[in-house]
Design a protein around this ligand. Sequence first.
Ligand SMILES: [Zn+2]
Length: 501
Amino acid sequence: MDRRNIRYLLFSLASAFYVALAFTSADFLMMPFHTLRDIVIVGMQWAVLFVALSFLMLALASHRLLYALIFPPLVLLSSVLAYFRLTMNAVLTPMLLDVTFDNDLRTSADMVTPVLILVVLASTIIAILFARYRWKRIEALRAAIAFLAGCALLCGMLQVDAFERPISERIPFNIYYTAEKYFEEKEALTQERADLSQGAVCRTDSALVVLVIGESLRPDHLSINGYERNTTPRLAKEDVISFPSIYTEQTYTMRSIPHLLTRADSSDYERAYREKSFIHIYNSCGYTSWWLANQEASSTFVSFMHECDTLKSVNIEKSAYTYDKWLDADLLPLFDQALAAPGARKLIILHTIGSHWWYNSHFTPEFAPFQPIVQSRVISSCTDEEIRNSYDNTIVYTDYFLSLLIQRLKPRNAILIYQSDHGEALGENGVYLHAAETPEAHRAACFIYMSPAYQKAHPDVYPNAKRNSRTPYRTDHLFHTMLDAGSIETPYRNESLSLLK
Ligand SMILES: [Zn+2]
């Protein structure tokens, strides 16, 4: 091979190595490892990122102007992301971008510390030296071919699902993918949806309706449903009605939540993308509505979040690739604010993180009776017993969190409906987590609490729910159950689907 080509290749690899080592590594250092095998697996994941970066650099380094224009800004952004990943374990999410751009520039400015400035300056100066070297010393003989080859290799790699997801979540590729998600969500907000509020009337003057959207909670692991471990001691003390036989067509959050909130059902899922949700109907009936999020938005349901009068989030810097504590109790201050706000009719929706994998993030040591828990982020390195223990501990924590909500609702005229978005596989037939076609992923926990005042004001509702509790339903019920819970009558309500009729 021509010596000039070899120099171009080596230069591209050196650029990739600089980015992978200095910045991409920040995404891996926080990963919990346990055994030598874990370290090897994580090393291989890092290597996949290095290969993807090498292809990107082959394309960038094909022309000196292209490289000079893109490489230094890419390094600058990567150094900012690596800094926040290492100091705060924060990752770039669309919600974080939203806060940075739209909402609170002053808070964003407070995050700029002298150390951050130094890190960014040093990283960018090195990048400029790279660009200078490329400008003066490297000749790619056929720039167009080199560019196309780099692009083709990278695109080919991204076609493989097993590579795309981990690549898209990590520095520097997450800059592109997060921006794409951010603009998809903005775009989703501009789409017109059918308004179903015509003809809706509310039959009560005062009501507090709370919907808790659960995460990955399967009913057969709750002791209130007969599970042999005591995972729900607090709910067992409350007068909670459980519905253990609810089937969900959708097995992952992005598809399930639009199904839950809209009139979409198993015969017409597309309504989830054509129609507004029950939240809009509540608003039209004089309810004030809140969406309190402990999970990031998605273009598939962001428009429902914005149907609420108030939208607030916690843990906006967390993603499935962060591993420190990420707890549902963080929602409580927002919940208390919503309770204290004026208004006789209120709808409060809490989108919880519940039992999402990396389970250990979602409970604290006081709520970990089942031991040993998982030690490794790599599922194949965990035993089934560890996975079951960690998963069950998330339920003990959810039981605690829900009991705190119930304590607050007990003295009020209130109803709380808990519906998980889907279930979770825990190693049955060798399958783990959700988003897979396993029976366990299709089972979604559901239960309802009514305060004494609510039961008194709606004497039929409690016995109806008790009677229905053993009947199998699909998550199609939620749209209709929610309308009933708020005493809302509309031509779109189907009483045969409501858990409360
Ligand atoms: Zn989910």
